[in-house]
Design a binder for this molecule. Structure first.
Ligand code: PEP
Ligand code: MG
Length: 546
């Protein structure tokens, strides 16, 4: 038995024969040609066909992986229309009297190299996109059809790497798993594999041609592939695969079903996200909305402070992709454990109790207004909720709302469209907010309980300090009481109340939260269907002894 190790993308088990996926052999005419005009026409036809193919891949990927992930194919289609790249490719044909294939091979490779040499990791990654469209144009010119490469039997496909377009083109009914020698866990291929829930190992360096046709098992949980596994291992992993499949099938049946208790109490199940790239998981797991978009990731992923336009685009993409679902975007919650160089924040003795979140925003008004303007402009493209973090007083909420109104008036004057039904809420994550919940509820439309910080501040347990684990009780009665008090106070004043901290996904507390009357749970997307199953088995009236 041989063993390979890699970075696992999906936890599941794949059992089947290995098929080495080899790139088609592309024979390029490198000689001098007679009729450059005819070659230019061939090139243009091949590009046109590739654009149509990319658009078709987009449609397919929207269904299989969600609109946000599918967007890479629209980017490819745009790249194929790039005048500079097309002109310089045609220049090779007419100037050097070379075949269209040769011009694409050389011209596109130059472009890919140009991107690969850039410092910015995002731009660097675009080199792979150029090589992807290069392959497609070449196949069109050479009359090659890569769809036959997968074969006709279900298999675990092994390749040096898969381009996003190859991944989407694969026939999923024949795709048991994927193994690549290269590829990163953040590549579009990984994102696609994740959203299609196909066990995949990347950066598996032990791959060998001799694996072709052999029986294999990918154990995604442990990031291992076994080639010709022995009978005991096969039996154990087959059993685990069957158990996983049974669980998964049960959960899949819950897609599209309401998250409602036996006696009709509805709980909204939303997802927590960090940016546009998480939208696929929201759709794939049938989340009913987004209860927490941690917008600080937009800041953390940038080298310098993201401007209004950049933020607007990120928020708009999420809102548009998920409309008409509600998307609650939390304003920048920077500070404490989330530090950013360009923010020039001082080192502090007690950062968790320090200058963070709304405290930064309220004292750096231009910084705050840039985000609020971007959010308000994006509100025209979907169903937006805005949530302010680390609130401790009514005065803070009022000030946030005043600045928001100031931004709205500015934008309307400038001719922008702004939605007039944006829900406004706050994170309840400090004991101060819990004790003032009655007053705060009169200022906002919703509360979202940030139980991670609420636990930290209620129990005086630094959430970053591993040494305090023995003292930490995630089910501490004080935290549960604080949640109950907040729900009751919110409801007294017509405010809906959700939980967006990690506790929301804890299945051992679902009954308790339903008893309290929690309206929404916002959790990691993978937990949604499991929670829906739990909720549908609960009888709230019985729990309340009614
Ligand atoms: C929380 O504190 O529970 C929360 C959701 O916010 P974060 O974990 O981002 O601090
Ligand atoms: Mg928090």
């Amino acid at each position: 038995m041989l063993v390979g190790n890699g970075k696992s993308i999906v936890n599941g088990i794949a059992i089947g024969k290995i098929k080495i996926y080899r790139e088609p052999e592309r024979k390029i005419n490198e000689g001098i040609i007679d009729d450059p005009a005819a070659e230019v026409a061939r090139y243009e036809a091949a590009v046109e066909k590739a654009i149509a193919q990319q658009n078709a891949l987009y449609e397919k990927a929207v269904v299989e992986a969600g609109k946000d992930i599918a967007e890479v194919f629209l980017v490819h289609a745009m790249m194929l229309e790039d005048d500079d790249m097309n002109d310089s490719t045609k220049e090779i044909i007419t100037g050097q009297k070379r075949s269209a294939e040769y011009a694409v091979q050389v011209g596109y490779a130059n472009y890919a190299q140009m991107f690969a040499d850039m410092d910015d990791p995002y731009m660097k990654a675009r080199a792979a996109d150029i090589l992807d469209i290069q392959g497609m144009v070449l196949d069109n010119l050479l009359g090659l059809d890569s769809s036959s490469l997968q074969g006709t039997e279900p298999a675990i496909l092994v390749a040096e790497d898969f381009a996003p377009s190859q991944t989407v083109k694969l026939d999923k009914s024949l795709l048991l798993g994927m193994i690549t020698i290269e590829g990163s866990a953040n590549s579009h291929t990984a994102i696609l594999a994740r959203s299609m829930n196909i066990p995949a190992l990347m950066q598996c360096k032990e791959v060998d041609d001799s694996w072709d046709g052999k029986d294999a098992i990918i154990d995604g949980k442990n990031g291992v592939v076994y080639i010709e596994p022995d009978a005991d291992l096969r039996a154990a992993l087959t059993k685990r695969q069957q158990e996983d499949k049974a669980k998964e099938a049960l959960l899949q049946e819950l897609k599209g079903k309401p998250s409602v208790t036996i006696d009709g109490y509805k709980v909204r199940l939303y997802a927590n996200i960090g940016g546009p790239s998480d939208v696929g998981a929201v759709v794939a797991n049938d989340a009913e909305g987004v209860g927490l978009f941690r917008s600080e990731f937009v800041y953390l992923n940038a080298k310098e402070e993201p401007g209004e336009e950049e933020q607007f685009n990120a928020y708009k993409r999420v809102l548009e992709s998920l409309a008409p679902r509600l998307v609650v975007i939390r304003t920048c919650d920077i500070g404490a454990d989330k530090t950013i160089d360009y923010m020039n924040l001082d080192k502090e003795e007690n950062p968790a109790l320090g200058y963070r979140a709304i405290r930064i925003c309220l004292t750096r008004k231009p910084f705050f207004k840039t985000q609020l303007r971007a959010l308000l402009r994006a509100s025209a493209y979907g169903n937006l909720g805005i949530m302010f973090p680390m609130i401790i007083s009514v005065a803070e909420v009022r000030e946030c709302k005043e600045i928001l109104e100031e931004c709205r008036q500015e934008l309307l004057k400038e001719g922008y469209k702004v939605a007039d039904d944006i829900e406004i809420g706050i994170m309840v994550e400090t004991p101060a907010a819990v004790f003032c919940a009655d007053e705060l509820a009169q200022e906002v439309d919703f509360f979202s309980l940030g139980t991670n910080d609420l636990t930290q501040y209620t129990c005086a347990i630094d959430r970053q300090n591993a040494k305090l684990e023995p003292f930490s009780d995630t089910h501490h009665p004080a935290v549960l009481k604080a949640i109950k008090m907040t729900v009751e106070a919110g409801h007294r004043h017509g405010c809906w109340v959700g939980i967006c901290g990690e506790l929301g996904a804890d299945p051992t507390l679902t009954k308790e939260f339903i008893k309290y009357g929690v309206d929404e749970l916002s959790v990691n997307a993978k937990s949604i269907l499991g929670l829906r199953k739990a909720i549908r088995a609960i009888n709230r009236k019985e729990l309340l002894g009614a």
